[in-house]
Design a binder for this molecule. Structure first.
Ligand code: AMP
Length: 214
């Protein structure tokens, strides 16, 4: 099985880029943020716990997120590859994930980089569909009809954690806990660094210029 770990700060575009790659390659994408948001929406036990952390821009406890991820990965074992967005977020999670990889799995880390100002702008102008989770950007990827999802007609909203004070905390958590993982990964797996400041088309082209799985 091929695993592509989408790595980078919140707001850099992992969800948007991942969706395009997922459709091109026919690899499902598992986003732990989406899984948690669904649990919050459904008010499950996990959702109720997770919401407390998510609202503040803090990481949800590792065990909770990992169990949810493991279940999703288990449902995809007939696929040739899987893209993972939003996991791991710290060293402990990376170790947990390593344990479920098998010897013949091929792992590539796609490391997306951009300046803080690009990331903050993307987070502030991001809107998502309340119903299906589709992602928009008010300037770069606007919906055809204002406030309405192109896919399902659902209402477009700003995520609670895309509000300015929470954004600052999420970026801090990324810098302190998640970014150090790059060093861990560069010793273990192939890490491809792609500048994500460009438009989506160029980013995809840059990703595909690499021989990812060889
Ligand atoms: P995201 O959609 O990836 O930006 O995630 C939104 C929020 O969900 C994060 O700010 C965390 O509170 C939580 N979350 C998502 N993935 C993880 C993870 N791997 N570990 C802990 N918390 C997570």
């Amino acid at each position: 099985m091929r695993f592509g770990i989408l790595f980078g700060p919140p707001g850099i575009g992992k969800g948007t880029i991942g969706k395009v790659l997922s459709e091109k390659w026919n690899y499902p994408i598992i986003s732990t943020g989406d899984v948690l948001r669904d649990s919050v929406k459904e008010a499950t036990d996990i959702g109720k716990k997770a919401e407390i952390y998510m609202k503040k821009g803090e990481l949800v406890p590792d065990e909770i997120v990992f169990e949810a991820l493991k279940e999703k990965i288990g449902q995809q074992n007939s696929k040739p590859g899987i893209l993972i967005d939003g996991f791991p977020r710290n060293i402990n999670q990376a170790i947990m994930l390593d344990r479920i990889f098998k010897n013949d799995d091929k792992i590539v880390v796609l490391n997306f980089v951009a300046s803080d100002s690009v990331v903050i702008e993307r987070l502030s102008l991001r809107r998502i569909c309340k119903n299906c989770g589709a992602i928009y950007h008010l300037k770069n990827i606007p919906p055809k009809k204002e406030g309405e999802c192109d896919v399902c007609g659902g209402e477009l909203i700003q995520r609670d954690d895309d509000k300015p004070h929470v954004i600052a905390r999420r970026l801090e958590v990324f810098r302190n806990e998640t970014k150090p993982l790059l060093e861990y990964y560069s010793k273990k797996y192939k890490v491809i660094t792609v500048d994500a400041s460009d438009n989506l088309e160029k980013i995809i082209k840059k990703v595909e210029e690499h021989k990812l799985w060889e």
